[in-house]
Design a protein around this ligand. Sequence first.
Ligand code: GRF
Length: 188
Amino acid sequence: MKKIAVFASGAGSNAAKIIEKFKEHPVVEVALIICNKPGAGVLQIAEKNNIRTILIDKEKFFRGNGYVDELRQIGIDFIVLAGFLWKIPDVLIKAFPKKIINIHPALLPKYGGKGMYGQFVHETVLANKEKESGITIHYVDEHYDNGDIIIQAKCPVAADDTPDSLAQRIHKLEHEYYPRVIEELLVK
Ligand code: GRF
C-alpha cells in the first residue's frame, strides 16, 4: 500500500473527499491526518473514519524535525496538503522530495504567495474583475505556492459573483480533481 498523510487545518472538505476516494482502495491508503488547529472540522472527519491524527506543535514543526521521524515511522510515502496554512519546513521537503503536493484555489502564479488563501484569494480575483479563476495542484517547494504545477482547471467568474459564490464553485472543482490527481500520481 502507498500511505498518504493529509495535512489539513480547516473544515476538511477536501480531506473528506480524499478519504472517501481511497476507502478500500487497492493501492492507496489515507493513513494519517496532520492538523495544527485543535477543534478543526477535519479532526472529526478523521475520527469518524478511524484515521490516525497528529495535532502538531508549532515549535517542534518549525524548529524540530518537522515530524519527519513520525511520518517515517508510520511509513508515509506521500503528503497531500489540503487547507494547511503553515509553511512546510525545509527538513520535511528534503525528506519527501517531489512527494508533497498542494491545492491552491486560483490559477497560479496569479493570486498566490503568503497571505493569499481562502476568501482573500476570491476577493482579490473579484476586485480585479477577472473573467476566470480556478484551481492549481502543484508540488511543494521551499516557497509558498511556487513548486512545479501538476494541473490547473478553470471556471468562469460571473459579474455578480460574491467571494462566497466563487468559493463554492472553486471548492466543487477541487473536490472533483484532487482525489483523482492523487490517484493518478500514485497509481502508475
Ligand atoms: C481549499 O480551498 C484549498 O484550495 C485551500 O484551502 C481550502 C481548504 O478547504 N488550500 P477545505 O478545508 O478542504 O474545505
